[in-house]
Design a protein around this ligand. Structure first.
Ligand SMILES: [Zn+2]
Length: 228
């Protein structure tokens, strides 16, 4: 059942480790099959060296395990909340990648400081508010999803496929698992460059007209980057 999607999610989880974004077991990737209403996600706390495609867990949109003999990632409720709120996304990635997490801990959004950022994100990477004490005690993971969705009330999750959860770490998403992993790799590089840029020049900015030019030539209706 869902063999192809299980393989895709497994490979994406392994590529997260290979890209250096994940230490130990601090990361997870999931993907959704919207027609069937199921999410395939990494099992909780399984060593990446021993993990197999068959260990991927299938849950329904209530978070109940439909198939698999392992417990799903403890962040499953966050992933599901994002799928429900963002109908165009097909996969979600969570890491504690170093530089993006530094911005989360500082409670600081990442302004667009250069064209590397503008090629992938149509504006700054937003940071959520902090969760309240009650939100942490009850349904912590679900509430993490809710504060992300709250932050995107007037943002487009397709053109800004990453978020910084205050005091925690980033989530990224994409049209499929590979795309979502790519976005989390890009976010990490953008965060690293932003940190150094701000050290050299705390008031660095990229003019909006350059930001828009770079975003639109890759993603706009008249995009002309890459091969036809
Ligand atoms: Zn986390």
């Amino acid at each position: 059942m869902f063999e192809e999607l299980k393989n895709e999610v497994f490979e994406a989880n392994i590529s997260l480790v290979n890209s250096g974004l994940v230490l130990l077991t601090w990361g997870n990737v999931s993907a959704i099959n919207r027609a069937e209403g199921v999410v395939i996600i990494k099992p909780s706390g399984v060593d990446y060296n021993k993990m197999k495609a068959d260990d991927m867990v299938i849950v329904n949109l209530k978070g109940e395990v439909v198939s698999g003999d392992k417990k799903p990632s403890s962040d499953t409720a966050t992933h599901i909340e994002l799928y429900k709120a963002f109908p165009k996304i097909g996969a979600v990635v969570h890491t504690h990648s170093k530089f993006a997490t530094v911005f989360c801990q500082a409670n600081a959004e990442i302004n667009c400081l250069g064209t590397t950022h503008a090629d992938h994100f149509s504006g700054k990477i937003p940071v959520t508010r902090q969760l309240t004490e009650n939100e942490v005690y009850e349904n912590y993971e679900l509430n993490t999803g809710k504060i992300i969705v709250e932050r995107f009330k007037s943002l487009d999750p397709v053109s800004i496929p990453s978020v910084l959860v205050a005091g925690h770490a980033p989530f990224s998403w994409g049209k499929n698992a590979i795309d979502a992993v790519k976005n989390s790799i890009t976010l990490e590089r953008v965060a690293e460059m932003a940190l150094f840029t701000l050290q050299l020049n705390p008031s660095a900015v990229l003019p909006d007209y350059i930001l828009n030019k770079h975003y639109q030539r890759k993603h706009g209706p008249n995009a002309y980057y890459g091969q036809k």
